[in-house]
Design a protein around this ligand. Structure first.
Ligand SMILES: [Zn+2]
Ligand SMILES: [Zn+2]
Length: 458
């Protein structure tokens, strides 16, 4: 039974995309997030991040028609520039409802048409897209009902040329998407305080800090993170995600911002491209940071034998279906932090964080192979994580997953509010067993391959 909604960040950068070596952790794509619940897919904004949403939806749909709702906050380039590169719009069988507000005398659809046409783009919007599209004008505070569980409330924001935010309600869970908006320094917007009381998840424009606003950015339509933190306190928000990062804010700046913001308000994270957050819908249990995001998929087994048996059973399942599978074992060798041992750091939190990184990756690349939620095992009091990939189309796929996950885990990331760097090893074993590829991921990789073999021969 579905009791969770899934929030995914596909682009968190404001103003202009900023890919590059020094933005690779928080990402360079412009705004786009998705909220999925049961069969519903809600997309917010069509910055460059929407291109990857398209690829994801096409993979996920497995040739079945895609139905989704797309909400546009406003027409500044960073919020609509990805639209022509959203592939599902080119497929005849797909259906989209697109929501936004018109400008002056023009309807919402006409403003979009004026943007996607020669000479700005080679083809006009109406001939470009084959999918069935309905355009909807939104009105402030008039809820759009998606189904009996879901609704979306548009909220007026303060931004040059206007913008709207959205409060999404799913059962008792609320998620607010608030970009681009300017709170005056030290004077948070009273109307927003009223509209966004008690929101569980608050995603909010925090492009600048107060110093930048005082030095020329006032009136540009974006907020200082210090005021956003105050705002989150004022509305009694759950988890806060600072969003719409300035193109000049590199990873180092954003990590420092996260550190400072968490001193003022621990339940605060810098939104990061690729971050997937699973949110329970029935209860109001809130997440507290990246690493404590509910990974209820992760099954903790209390001893090594249990661990072996569970993994063996899962690969047999694949065998019986005649599918090729692979077993990934990830082991933590060491955990390094800036502040050595001055906090109560537990290995199991790190395993959770690793699992989350791996799930994010697999979820965004379903063509590699499928994993089942109920088959993600950690060996409790140990330092190992087992991921079983079913139905891998190509034995090299498993090796590819290892390479990518190794690259992700090599970066510094946040566990329990601390920046950590992990030393780890990954072993992979394909089934049916193929010649071992050169391991090369951590010094113990070969040893872990044997470990995987040992587990499977229990
Ligand atoms: Zn923007
Ligand atoms: Zn804007």
């Amino acid at each position: 039974m579905d009791t969770q909604a899934v929030l995914t960040f596909w682009g968190c950068r404001g103003s202009i995309s900023s890919p590059g070596y020094d933005t690779k952790i928080f990402g360079g794509n412009t705004p786009c997030i998705t909220v999925e619940y049961k069969d519903q897919v809600l997309i917010f904004d069509a910055g460059t991040g929407i291109r990857n949403v398209g690829n994801y939806l096409i993979e996920k749909s497995k040739q079945r028609p895609i139905n989704a709702h797309l909400f546009i906050s406003h027409f500044h380039g960073d919020h609509v520039e990805g639209l022509p590169f959203f592939r599902p719009l080119y497929q005849l069988s797909n259906r989209f409802s697109i929501y936004g507000e018109g400008k002056d005398d023009l309807s919402f659809a006409d403003v979009l048409r004026n943007r996607i046409k020669p000479p700005y783009f080679p083809v006009e919007l109406d001939t470009l897209f084959a999918a069935g599209i309905s355009y909807h004008e939104v009105c402030e505070k008039q809820a759009i009902v998606i189904d009996e569980d879901m609704s979306v409330m548009p909220i007026r924001l303060i931004h040059p040329n206007g913008a709207i935010g959205f409060r999404i309600q799913i059962g008792d869970l609320s998620i607010a998407y608030v970009t681009d908006h300017e709170h005056e320094i030290g004077r948070i917007s009273p109307l927003l305080v009223e509209s966004l009381q008690n929101t569980d998840i608050l995603i909010h424009d925090a492009q600048y800090d107060r110093e930048a606003i005082n030095n020329g950015k006032q009136g540009w339509g974006h907020s200082a993170w210090e005021d956003v933190v105050d705002f989150a306190h004022a509305v009694n928000a759950g988890q806060l995600f600072l969003f719409h990062h300035d193109p000049e804010s590199n990873d180092e700046i954003l990590f420092e911002r996260q550190r400072l913001a968490r001193q003022a308000r621990p339940a605060t994270s810098i939104a990061r491209e690729g971050l997937v957050v699973a949110l329970p819908v029935q209860s109001k249990k809130l997440i507290r940071d990246d690493s404590s995001v509910a990974i209820d998929q992760l099954i903790r087994l209390s001893n090594a034998l249990e661990f072996k048996k569970a993994v063996r059973k899962a690969t047999l399942f694949s065998d019986n279906l005649g599918q090729e599978s692979a077993l990934l074992i990830i082991r933590i060798d060491d955990i390094m932090t800036n502040r050595v041992f001055d906090f109560d750091f537990s290995q199991s939190l790190a395993i959770k964080a690793i699992a989350l990184q791996a799930i994010n990756h697999l979820r965004m690349n379903p063509s590699i192979g499928r994993y089942r939620h109920d088959e993600l095992y950690a060996y409790e009091d140990g330092n190992e994580l087992a991921i079983i990939l079913h139905d891998i189309k190509d034995p090299d796929n498993a090796q590819m997953v290892v390479t990518r996950i190794a690259a992700i885990l090599s970066r510094e990331f946040v566990v329990a509010g601390e920046n950590v760097h992990l030393e780890f090893s990954i072993g992979v074993l394909n089934f049916p067993k193929t010649e071992a590829k050169k391991p090369g991921f951590g010094e113990h990789a070969l040893q872990l391959q044997h470990r995987a073999l040992d587990i499977l021969e229990v």
